[in-house]
Design a protein around this ligand. Structure first.
Ligand code: NAD
Length: 247
C-alpha cells in the first residue's frame, strides 16, 4: 500500500493547511518566502517565515489520523510506504518509522552550498542536512556554515525538485493500493501519483472532507476527516489481503 499524505492530515493537530482559511501562508506571498529566488533576495525574511512555522509545528501533537497510519505500518511492515508532503514531524511523533518526506523536513537545516537533495547535484560543501529546531527571527544572526555558506531550511521550495523521487516512483510502480489523504491534488508532482499508480493497475482511493482537484484519478472517495480515517484504512488493508490471497 502506498499512502500519500498532505496538509489535511495535520490540520486537526493545529497546523493550518496551505489553502485553508487562516492558512499559514496568509501573511506571506509564497514567492517571497519559499523559492530559491526568495532565498537569494532576502534570506532573513525566509528564515522569519520558517521560524514561525517551526513555532507552530513545535506546539502541535499528532492526532488519531497520524496514529492510525503508524498502526498501519506496524501491521503491514514494509508492505506499507508512507510518503508525505508535510514538513512537520507528526508522523514520526505518532510512531511511523519510515517516512518519505518528499518536500523536506521543517526541523532540519542544511548548508546552501551542500548537494541538492532533489537533483543530487554536487556543490562545494559536504555537510549533510542536520537536526535544527532553532528560530532565526527578530533580528537574530543568520546561521552560517563552517564553509562560509548560509544555513537554509531543509525544505523543497517552489521551483526545486522534490526529494526521494526515484524511490517514490519504484514504490508507485509496485503498489496494489494507493491511498491519498488530506491533499488538495493541486501541487505537482504529488498530484499525479494516483494516476501513475492506477496506470500500473493499483486501486486508488482518497480520504478527506473535500473532493480533491484530481478526483477522477480515484476509484473511491471517503469524505471523512483525517481523525476518522482508521475505518477507511481497514477497508483498504482488507483489499490488500484479498489481493495477496488471489496471487
Ligand atoms: P493543501 O493545503 O493544498 O490542501 C489541504 C487539503 O486537506 C485540502 O484538500 C482539504 O480539503 C484537506 N483537509 C482539510 N482539513 C482536513 C482534515 N481534517 N482531514 C483531512 N483532510 C483535510 O495541502 P497539500 O495538498 O498538502 O499541498 C500543500 C503544500 O503545502 C504541500 O507542499 C505541503 O508541503 C505544504 N504544507 C505542509 C504543511 C505541514 O507540513 N503540515 C502545512 C501546510 C502546507
Amino acid at each position: 500500500m502506498f499512502v500519500l499524505t498532505g496538509a489535511g492530515v495535520s490540520a486537526e493537530s493545529g497546523i493550518p493547511t496551505f489553502r485553508g482559511v487562516g492558512g499559514l501562508w496568509r501573511n506571506y506571498r509564497i514567492e517571497e518566502v519559499a523559492s530559491p529566488a526568495a532565498w537569494a533576495r532576502d534570506p532573513r525574511l525566509v528564515w522569519e517565515f520558517y521560524s514561525m512555522r517551526r513555532e507552530v509545528a513545535s506546539a502541535a501533537k499528532p492526532n488519531a489520523g497520524h496514529a492510525a497510519l503508524a498502526d498501519l505500518e506496524r501491521r503491514l511492515g514494509d508492505r506499507c510506504v508512507l510518503c508525505t508532503q508535510n514538513v512537520d514531524a507528526l508522523h514520526e511523533q505518532a510512531g511511523s518509522q519510515r517516512v518519505l518526506h518528499m518536500h523536506g523536513e521543517l526541523f532540519k537545516s542544511r548548508c546552501d552550498r551542500s548537494a541538492d537533495p532533489g537533483t543530487g547535484g554536487r556543490r562545494g560543501c559536504s555537510r549533510p542536512p542536520f537536526d535544527d529546531r532553532s528560530k532565526y527571527d527578530g533580528g537574530a544572526e543568520l546561521p552560517v556554515c563552517a564553509c562560509g555558506g548560509l544555513i537554509r531550511p531543509h525544505i523543497c521550495w517552489f521551483g526545486e525538485i522534490p526529494y526521494e523521487m526515484d524511490r517514490i516512483h519504484r514504490e508507485l510502480e509496485r503498489c496494489t493500493v494507493f491511498v491519498a489523504i488530506g491533499t488538495s491534488g493541486v501541487v505537482h508532482p504529488a498530484a499525479s501519483f494516483a494516476g501513475l499508480a492506477r496506470e500500473r493497475g493499483a486501486r486508488t482511493c482518497y480520504i478527506g472532507p473535500d473532493a480533491p482537484a484530481n478526483t477522477p484519478l480515484f476509484d473511491q472517495v471517503f469524505p471523512v476527516k483525517a481523525t476518522e480515517l482508521a475505518g477507511c484504512l481497514a477497508v483498504e488493508s482488507q483489499a490488500i489481503r484479498m489481493d495477496e490471497r488471489g496471487r
